[in-house]
Ligand binder design. Structure first.
Ligand code: CYC
Length: 169
């Protein structure tokens, strides 16, 4: 697992360089965004159950086939597996936000996920949609809490949807 700082130090260490102007600039921007990152992560922690529930409801509203007989979230078991997956995405997004690095997502969430989903027949498109809905909810919450630049919220959610790599919404 990596974060913005260990990642940067590692890059400089492999070539035996002192931290230069570029390194200092990216460290500064990391620390400047730090307060907002921590605030959003704690907001996610405090509202995780609500965010997942609301995002799930919106997803099943937008893609109603999912919860109809034969759908991928039909039966209580699949329905709860889906919400549990959404909860994973949200929790790991909060880690990646604080780390300012998506490596934790690659290592803990995305590795082998596409293969697992395709072998189970879980569709990528609606999963991507569910992740994007959670992103929007978190961004709205952050904006309401007075966080000015909510762009940093995009990073982990967009990374997961890019890696799931489905566009057939
Ligand atoms: C922390 C990293 C991690 C991830 C990401 C993860 C995902 C994950 N989701 C699974 C299942 C599942 N995931 C879903 C998800 C959905 N169904 C839908 O309609 C939607 C499109 C979507 C929700 C947004 C479903 C329905 C299953 C059960 C599929 C089945 O067994 O038939 C499975 C198979 C094993 C199981 O059921 O637990 C895994 C491994 N597990 C992990 O440990």
């Amino acid at each position: 697992m990596r974060d913005a700082i260990t990642n940067l130090i590692r890059n400089y260490d492999v070539t035996g360089r002192y931290l230069d102007r570029n390194a200092i600039d990216s460290l500064k921007s990391y620390f400047e965004s730090g307060t907002a990152r921590v605030a959003v992560a704690s907001m996610i922690t405090a509202n995780a159950a609500t965010i997942v529930k609301q995002a799930g409801a919106q997803l099943f509203e937008e893609v109603q086939e999912l919860i109809r007989p034969g759908g991928y979230a039909y039966t209580t078991r699949r329905y709860s597996a889906c919400l549990r997956d959404m909860d994973y995405y949200l929790r790991y997004a909060s880690y990646a936000l604080v780390a300012a690095d998506n490596n934790v997502l690659d290592e803990r969430v995305l590795q082998g996920l596409k293969e697992t989903y395709s072998s189970l027949g879980v569709p990528g498109g609606p999963t991507v949609l569910g992740i994007q809905i959670m992103k929007d909810i978190v961004k709205d919450m952050a904006a309401e809490a007075g966080i000015e630049n909510t762009d940093l919220v995009d990073e982990p959610f967009d990374h997961m949807t890019r890696e799931l790599g489905e566009t057939d919404l």
